[in-house]
Design a protein around this ligand. Structure first.
Ligand code: IPM
Ligand code: MG
Length: 368
């Protein structure tokens, strides 16, 4: 097994370091190679996704990714901005299926901005199409308008588009994922206004005919945004396009109390994947040792489960994370009265200790 490790910018390096420490105590016998990506790669090599980094990601069985971005790059030409690294990896590796679970841990129910009873036990899975839609649709650019409300004025445009195979494959991913859960899919669209999403709805409905055991519901994106905060537990698997999925997955993440807890997986058609926390590079807290490494550690668990075929090792990580939460350890983002605040490295230490304790048959003791 070869894992490409791409820590990136901001807190990326700190949190990936902790995930690697956890992988290292699992006796997995894997090979790894680290490379620069994002702003760090731009500084060193003049490009956020250097050829060497892309090649490494292509050659590896899986990619463990931290985060990219910093405000200081906001003025760069778009092609040099750190975000292009993750968009480029998604595109060049064909990572079309993005899994973003939003799980509310029992101990963190009170960290949510919603009433505890609305989120207790929340477990939804957002499946976001990741290589199409307005994110990648051509043509796009700036020009002088020849029609519209202001002919002759400067304008910018992007193209929203989805082909039948793109919709079919993500629909299959969603129905198959639902079969392993509570067999319910909500497909989110804007079919009442957009041609692209009427087509999306039609194709998802067609694919559904092959999954009679799974319930399918269609919902407009504006209503979905509302329902997510009104009654989030009514959802199970949500499947949607790239743009709506970007927005709804951040909304769903916040229901759980902290985006610092949520892992994600982006898979290609063969199950090869890139694994990253759902949060960003948080430049405001970078280098301070306070970032929550759990989303990245849980992303490593997803990597073991989905791509590297090591479900037992993945379970060990998940169990260890639950144990450190039960022991009352919290990074700043999830801290509440009566719990013990720890830094990034101490949180990593605790997960490592919990993983090692499992093999020794020990449990960690409450530290508060
Ligand atoms: C995400 C991020 C990215 C996206 C950015 C960093 C390009 O917001 O992974 O959700 O928009 O997809
Ligand atoms: Mg986003």
């Amino acid at each position: 097994m070869k894992i490409a490790i791409l820590p990136g910018d901001g807190i990326g390096t700190e949190i990936v370091e902790q995930a690697v420490r956890v992988l290292d105590v699992l006796d997995l016998n894997y090979e790894s190679e680290t490379a620069l990506v994002g702003g760090a790669a731009y500084e060193a090599h003049g490009h956020p996704l250097p050829d060497r980094t892309l090649q490494l990601a292509k050659d590896a069985d899986a990619v463990l990714f931290g985060a990219v971005g910093d405000w200081k790059y906001d003025k760069l030409e778009r092609q040099y901005r750190p975000e292009q690294a993750i968009l480029g990896l998604r595109k060049h590796l064909g990572l079309f299926a993005n899994f973003r679970p939003a799980l509310c841990y029992e101990q963190l129910t009170h960290a949510s901005s919603l009433k505890p009873e609305l989120v207790a036990g929340l477990d939804i899975l957002i499946i976001r199409e990741l290589t199409g839609d307005i994110y990648f649709g051509q043509p796009r650019g700036r020009r002088t308008a020849v029609d519209g409300h202001f002919p002759g004025a400067e304008e910018a445009f992007d193209t929203m588009r989805y082909s039948r195979p793109e919709i079919e494959r993500i629909a299959h991913v969603a129905f198959q994922a639902a079969r392993k859960r509570s067999k319910k899919v909500t497909s989110v669209d804007k079919a009442n206004v957009l041609e692209t999403f009427q087509f999306w709805k039609d194709v998802v409905t067609e694919v559904h005919a092959q999954y009679p055991d799974v319930e399918l519901q269609h919902m407009y994106v504006d209503n979905a945004a509302m329902q997510l905060v009104k009654a989030p537990k009514a959802f199970d698997v949500v499947v949607t396009g790239n743009m709506f999925g970007d927005i709804l997955s951040d909304e769903a993440a916040m229901l759980t109390g902290s985006i610092g807890m949520l892992p994600s997986a982006s898979l290609d058609k063969n199950g090869k994947g890139l694994y990253e926390p759902s949060h960003g590079s948080a430049p405001d807290i970078a280098g301070k040792g306070v970032a929550n490494p759990l989303a990245t550690i849980l992303s490593a668990a997803m990597m073991l489960r989905f791509t590297l075929n090591q479900p037992a090792a993945a379970d060990r990580i998940d169990t260890a994370v639950k144990a450190v939460l039960a022991a009352g350890l919290r990074t700043r983002d999830i801290w509440s009265e009566g719990t013990t605040q720890v830094g990034t490295r101490e949180m990593g230490d605790a997960v490592v200790a919990a993983v090692l304790g499992q093999s020794a048959g020990k449990t960690i003791t409450k530290t508060t």
